[in-house]
Ligand binder design. Sequence first.
Ligand code: KMT
Ligand code: NI
Length: 178
Amino acid sequence: VLEAWYMDESTEDKRLPHKLHPNHPVSLQELQDVGVWYWKLNADIYEHDPELQKIREEKGYSYMDIIDVHPDKLPDYEDKLKTFYEEHLHLDDEIRYILDGRAYFDVRDKNDRWIRIAMRKGDMITLPAGIYHRFTMDETNYTKAMRLFVGEPVWKAYNRPADHFEIRRKYVDSLKCS
Ligand code: KMT
Ligand code: NI
């Protein structure tokens, strides 16, 4: 299954795991508590995967594209990676399915601590609208990801602080009842 953990405070290379010593793992349940959902799929058959189709239909993920995060394949690679690692939120859910390689998604927990989610081939997650998060490559420096979206995609990111948005308030409220 998916591996996730609380991060240390070190400002060293963001591509390193940044685990605490001893490690403080984060369970799928704890991820669900902050609104993060996870599926494990067979990425070898993503082009004709009935399981993926089912999720897309049920969730209304009508849009999809594939992004190759690699210096030779992604225009403005360095700039993009810098923006991805700025703490931000979106007004819509961020849905990512790792088709190859690896990457880290970091999300804030209820107490504003960073949780690092190690994504590998076959891992699919949704980050809820309004959650503060960021993205980085790991030491392997390669990932290929499917981006899904409900309707016409809006990739606009709002860097923290972005607490005035209605969706942010709704998200923060949703944490109180769980
Ligand atoms: C985001 O908004 O954080 C991203 O799109 C991350 C990169 S997706 C491979
Ligand atoms: Ni994002």
